[in-house]
Design a protein around this ligand. Structure first.
Ligand code: ATP
Length: 312
């Protein structure tokens, strides 16, 4: 269990993380979602004990990042955002070098290498120079380094950034595979990324927690709205649509060549399509198109982060 408690981190005048608390349960894949600059990397670097907090603490099992940084690094595997590798080394030498830093050598190294390269699909490239690998294989090498000491917790900072769509799917599958045995925290600024891999998510914005829960919980807790897109021919009074119901708002209206394109908005708890149709008939309008768009999780993410003043 990872417990983040009232964590705050200042860089000079910049409050990168502002009194956040959340937890990660054993065995779950937690998505840590937020726009650029939200404070994700800072939180993850404190979690991995590479950075000290200004205040607050993170407990991992019976350890905490203030007092037990060396022990914490033993139980955590970390893939930082920029995946630092040594491009001049080949994959084998790089893994041997990283393993030696953790005192995994000789027979123990060879045994672990067999398992890790199988899991990360590195067999075909093990003697290739890192600089010659595709971005996807570089990421696999970074993941192999992160799991080499068989940590119980894996912290992955934006692991699919910069990959092509096929590589993204491969790395997601690998993360899900690793998540069967380990507790995983994966950060991203892309909602679909978190939806595709995580069991639960914590949304951070401007250093504060904006939401925390499973995707279903967040959706049901979020009072979404419907956007009804309409095209109406031959009316000057389309704005009157707001009279249908007190909750209807005019989101957009635009007329050209005698056709008015209008978007109305109302809570998801209502379905006003019939009312709109009947109103149009009553007014003698010709309704050319009606298209319903209900707020999705993407909208929710945008709203949560924008309302908090972010730049989603
Ligand atoms: N070493 C540093 N010195 C000063 N400010 C920093 C430093 N590292 C991060 N920041 C600032 O702290 C805030 C949070 O940054 P952080 O990297 O944690 O966010 P992030 O959510 O990981 O974003 P990104 O995905 O863009 O890396 C930002 O305003 C950033 O500019």
């Amino acid at each position: 269990m990872i417990k983040v408690e009232h964590l705050t981190k200042h860089y000079g005048h910049v409050k990168a993380v502002d009194d956040i608390s959340f937890h990660v349960r054993d065995g779950e894949i937690l998505g840590f979602l937020g726009p650029n600059g939200a404070g994700k990397s800072t939180t993850l670097r404190i979690m991995t004990s590479y950075l000290t907090p200004t205040s607050g603490n993170i407990h991992i099992n019976n350890l905490n990042v203030l007092d037990d940084s060396l022990d914490i690094r033993k139980i955590i595997g970390y893939l930082p955002e920029n995946n630092p590798l040594y491009p001049e080394m080949n994959v084998y030498d790089f893994l041997k070098f990283s393993a030696a830093a953790r005192q995994i050598e000789g027979k123990a190294f060879e045994e672990r290498l067999k398992k890790v390269s199988e899991l990360c699909g590195l067999h075909g490239v093990i003697h290739k120079k890192i600089s010659e690998l595709s971005k996807g294989y570089k990421q696999r090498t970074g993941l192999a380094q992160a799991i080499f000491h068989d940590p119980e917790i894996l912290i992955l900072d934006e692991p699919t950034t910069g990959l092509d769509p096929n590589q993204i799917v491969e790395i997601r599958n690998l993360i899900k595979q690793l998540g069967k045995e380990k507790t995983v925290v994966i950060s991203s600024h892309i909602l679909q990324e978190i939806q595709a891999t995580a069991d639960r998510m914590v949304i951070i914005n401007k250093g504060k927690i904006a939401a925390d829960g499973t995707i279903d919980e967040l959706m049901s807790g979020f009072k979404g709205f419907t956007r009804l897109h309409l095209e109406i021919e031959g009316s000057d009074h389309v704005k009157d649509l707001t009279k249908i119901h007190e909750k209807v708002k005019l989101a957009d209206i635009h007329t050209s060549n005698g056709i008015t394109k209008v978007v109305i908005e109302y809570p998801n708890t209502l379905d006003l399509r019939k009312d709109v149709f009947q109103y149009a008939v009553k007014k003698g309008w010709i309704l050319l198109e009606m298209n319903r768009h209900r707020t999705s999780l993407e909208d929710m993410f945008r709203i949560l982060t924008v309302e908090e003043g972010g730049e989603a």
